[in-house]
Design a protein around this ligand. Structure first.
Ligand code: G3H
Ligand code: 13P
Ligand code: ZN
Ligand code: NA
Length: 307
């Protein structure tokens, strides 16, 4: 069935692992993720961004995820990723999602609280869970000095008030990750001290890590060797994700790594077979590559296989 994150996060918190939240944009990606989750008997969250909804259409995405539930028999969460307004969240709550994120991280504290509470009240009345964000991910890597960077990290002193006043079910925090395939200019570094302090202030409360792709260097090399140019791409080292998963982090968001696996396989296929023009051939390779990338995350990084 389609389920909420409630049970999943409780088990993940207690078990010291994290559930993967993978972005979906088309049928091949939905199939790749859910087949890997099925084979590894893993809980899984499929998340849809506003951009995905614009690209693939709300109804197509919901129906594909429902098809995955039917085909795999797995409990699957259908989550809105980075909802930017009450109206978008409402439309996903009304339209079959079991979880929504309201991302008011760019707002000031009081406005973020007011918006998150409005979404949580609406969603909870309808059995849907809500993720919110405190601190800002974007731009951290561009910060020119330490005080700029500090301003963007989540302030642990704010989390209890935020969670109590909004009633949200999980909280995304900024500890140095960022979206996309170019995360760090120098040495990767995450503020585990902030995560620890947040967990100390919110015992048992599920924390979410965005921008958590590792940017597999083998995929980057394949892309670059087959006509691409992704020089300098760098992600979060897997050891750091394993550490986060063992702590209060219950949901780890991964999109870029799936895009890289998809694109590497696609480039490789088309360069190796200049006469192929059947999408089932090259998209079949991409789907298989995404599936193996997801399996690797589940088994070797998140630790949610067999859960
Ligand atoms: O957080 C961003 C996700 O990777 C979704 O990206 O907005 O391009 O679909 P998108
Ligand atoms: P990545 O770009 O690191 O995959 O992050 C995805 C994400 O946070 C989706 O919300
Ligand atoms: Zn994100
Ligand atoms: Na965890």
């Amino acid at each position: 069935p389609l389920v909420t994150t409630k049970e999943m996060f409780k088990k993940a918190y207690e078990g010291g692992y994290a559930v993967g939240a993978f972005n979906v944009n088309n049928m091949e990606i939905v199939q790749a993720i859910t087949e890997a989750a099925k084979e590894e008997n893993a809980p899984v969250i499929l998340q849809v961004s506003a951009g995905a909804r614009k690209y693939a259409n709300h109804t197509y995405l919901v129906k594909m995820v429902e098809a995955a539930v039917q085909e795999t028999g797995l409990p699957i969460v259908l989550h809105l990723d980075h909802g930017d307004s009450f109206e978008l969240c409402k439309s996903c709550v009304d339209g079959g999602f079991t979880s929504v994120m309201i991302d008011g991280s760019h707002l000031d504290f009081e406005d973020n609280i007011a918006l998150a509470k409005k979404v949580a009240d609406y969603a909870h009345d309808r059995g849907v869970v809500v993720e919110a964000e405190l601190g800002r991910l974007a731009g951290i890597e561009d910060a020119v000095n330490v005080s700029d960077a500090d301003a963007a990290f989540t302030d642990p002193a704010e989390v209890e008030e935020f969670v109590t006043r909004t009633g949200v079910d999980s909280l995304a925090i900024a500890i140095g990750t960022s979206h996309g395939a170019f995360k760090f200019k120098g040495e990767p570094k995450l503020r585990f001290d902030i995560l620890e302090e947040v967990a100390r202030r919110l015992p048992g409360f599920p924390i979410v890590l965005h921008g958590a792709s590792s940017v597999n260097q083998a995929d980057v090399a394949t892309i670059n060797a087959n006509g691409g140019d992704m020089a300098g791409a760098q992600g979060v080292p897997e050891d750091m994700l394993r550490q986060a998963a063992s702590m209060a982090v219950c949901k780890i968001n991964i999109d870029s790594d799936l895009r890289l696996a998809f694109t590497a396989a696609l480039r490789k296929h088309l360069f190796a077979h200049p006469n192929h023009f059947d999408p089932r051939q090259y998209l079949g390779d991409s789907r298989a590559a995404v599936k193996e990338a997801v399996r690797h995350k589940i088994v070797d990084v998140l630790g949610c296989n067999g859960k």
